[in-house]
Structures are given as C-alpha cells and as structure tokens.
Design a protein around this ligand. Structure first.
Ligand SMILES: NC(=O)c1ccc[n+]([C@@H]2O[C@H](COP(=O)([O-])OP(=O)(O)OC[C@H]3O[C@@H](n4cnc5c(N)ncnc54)[C@H](OP(=O)(O)O)[C@@H]3O)[C@@H](O)[C@H]2O)c1
Length: 292
C-alpha cells in the first residue's frame, strides 16, 4: 500500500462533505474535494476521468439526492443520483483498483415496524422514492465487484447546509409554541462524528480488508420531540412552548420510518471506534453554531 493515499470526495459542499474537509485537515493523505461543478457523478465519463487521471485510491461519496419529500416528484432524478451515479463511482473504483466508501440511510428499513435496533443483516423494506433509490445505490455498489464500504446513517445534522438542528434553533427562538412528533424514534448523528470516523478508517488503512455494510449513528435514542427539547434548552430558547404530537398532524408524501435506531455493534467491533452520545455531540454542534 502507498505511503500517501489520494482520496476523492464527491458532493463535498454538502453537510458530510464539509465535515470530511474538517476531519481531513490534519491528514497526511491527499484529499481532493469536488462537487457537482467539478465532477458531476451522474456523468460516467467525468467520474472515470476524475478517478483515473488523479490516481485515486479511495472515493468517499457524500453526494446524494437527499430531499425526501421532493424525491416523490422527481423519482427519475433521484434514481439517477442515488443509484446510477453510485454505479458510475463503483465502476470507476473497480477499473482503477480503488475503494468506494458510500453513505446510505435508515430509510432502507423505513417500512419495518418493531422496536429492535436494525442490524446489517435485517431484511430491508424501504419507504418512499428516497429509500428505494438509496437501496438501489447500495445494490449497484455491492454488485460492482469493487472494494466497497457502505455506512448507513440517520438523522444527520451539522453546522452546514439545512438540517433539523438549524431549523429548530430558529423556530424555538422565534415561535411562541411548536408541536413536534414524538412517535418517530431514532438516533441523531452529528456529521462531524461520522466524518471523523471515516477519515480515521482511511488513515489507518482499515478499509482495505473490511468491505461491506456498516451502521453508524450517535449513541442513544430519542424522538424528534426530545431532540427539539434538547436543542431549545441548549440554546437557551426557553420561551417557546414545545409540545409532543402525532405524525399524522404533519401530512407528508412519504411515510417516515417510525423506528430508525441502527445497531452499531459491527462498526464498533470491526474498526474499534468509540461512538459519542448524541446529547454530547449536539452540545458541541450548538456551541459551534452559536459562536460562529
Ligand atoms: N441528511 C440526512 O438526514 C441523512 C440521513 C441519512 C443518510 N444520509 C446520507 O448521507 C449522505 C450525506 O448527506 P448530506 O446531508 O451531507 O447531503 P447534502 O448536504 O444534501 O449534500 C449532498 C451534496 O451532493 C451534491 N450533489 C448533488 N448532485 C450532485 C452531482 N450530480 N454530482 C456531484 N455532487 C452532487 C450537492 O450539491 P447541491 O447542493 O448543489 O445539489 C451537495 O453538495 C447522503 O448519502 C445521504 O443520503 C443523510
């Protein structure tokens, strides 16, 4: 294995992409950050050239069609970006002897009822166009024959882009009252924690012998209501009356996963990573947002 790896990050201007930039800042490896204007991952030739001409060893794909509701109106575009483009990346990885690290979602289990954390072996049952197209992306990557690692995550937030934490910081500061669903349960994930883990795995070259699917979220469990209560409390937004409500109060074109908790045993055992508790990570993110 080379002393210094060359790593291509796609979708680098999104939440996770920005966090990979932070995580890689002190790395001895060489990271190349691209977004749609540099390498449009739906273009197979652009992907192949980007990988071969840059002598890429590892691709980290942070690009995706992530708007769950809008995906229902644009199923073909969602399939192009979440599945066909992943096939392009995996194919380029295989041809160039590189590894693809790809990100997927709890929505592949969206239709599964119950209250047992989802393991990697559990049968998938995706909800909505987003869930189905992300599953197709996983399948395309795994079928390619490349060395592929897929990290399924959930409830991603960060200092970057649009996300639940930033929305709720704003709403709890400006609204006198707010109803938030308490009947969808999951584990929030600070994108910086996921990025730190991915960059750590690359630094230790631990990706080479460990292909497959892994689950990663922060530790602990909550509802969107609990999540909002913590956000408001940490920000000192105490004048907003936050009440729990049922999901049917917010009609949506997509059935949201009622139980999104991911079992992280495999990722912890394989890579020896410590996973931060969601409340501790949320505190860090809110501190950063409030001091920036
Ligand atoms: N957000 C969540 O709650 C969540 C939960 C579970 C899993 N995930 C998964 O985690 C991963 C990262 O999500 P994220 O929230 O960081 O995503 P994000 O913030 O939406 O970022 C995605 C990035 O991909 C770029 N992109 C779009 N089309 C592209 C193309 N054709 N070629 C290259 N880049 C393109 C986007 O650019 P534009 O902004 O210009 O379109 C954006 O910069 C995704 O795989 C997502 O499915 C997310």
């Amino acid at each position: 294995m080379k002393n210094k790896l060359r790593i291509l990050v796609t979708g680098a201007n999104g939440q996770l992409g920005n966090c990979i930039r932070n995580a890689a800042a002190g790395s001895d490896d060489e990271y190349i950050f691209t977004d749609v204007d540099d390498i449009d991952i739906t273009d197979p030739e652009a992907v192949d050239l980007g990988v071969s001409c840059n002598n890429i060893d590892v691709i980290v794909n942070c690009a995706a069609y992530t708007n769950v509701d809008k995906a229902e109106e644009q199923p073909e575009f969602a399939e192009l970006l979440n599945a066909a483009a992943v096939r392009n990346l995996a194919e380029a990885a295989r041809k160039n002897d590189a590894t693809l690290i790809h990100i997927s979602t709890d929505y592949v289990f969206g239709g599964n009822a119950g209250n047992t954390p989802h393991s990697e072996e559990e049968a998938v049952n995706p909800t909505g166009v987003y869930g189905v197209t992300k599953l197709h992306g996983e399948q395309a990557a795994l079928e390619s024959g490349a060395n592929v690692l897929i990290f399924r995550t959930a409830w991603l937030y960060s200092e970057y882009g649009k996300n639940f934490v930033k929305t709720m910081l704003n709403l709890t500061a400006t609204k006198p009252s707010l109803n938030v669903v308490f009947d969808q349960i999951g584990s929030p994930t600070y994108a910086q924690d996921l990025a730190d883990m991915i960059v750590g795995i690359i630094s230790r070259r631990a990706y080479a012998d460990n292909p497959g699917i892994y689950h990663y979220s922060n530790e602990g469990v909550c509802s969107w209501y609990d999540f909002t209560k913590h956000i408001a409390e940490m920000a000192g937004n105490d004048s907003c009356d936050i009440q729990p409500c049922h999901s049917d109060e917010f009609p949506s074109p997509v059935v949201r996963p009622p139980f999104s908790v991911l079992d992280k045993t495999k990722v912890k055992e394989t890579f020896g990573v410590a996973v931060p508790y969601w409340v501790d990570s949320l505190r860090k993110c809110i501190r950063n947002l409030m001091t920036s």
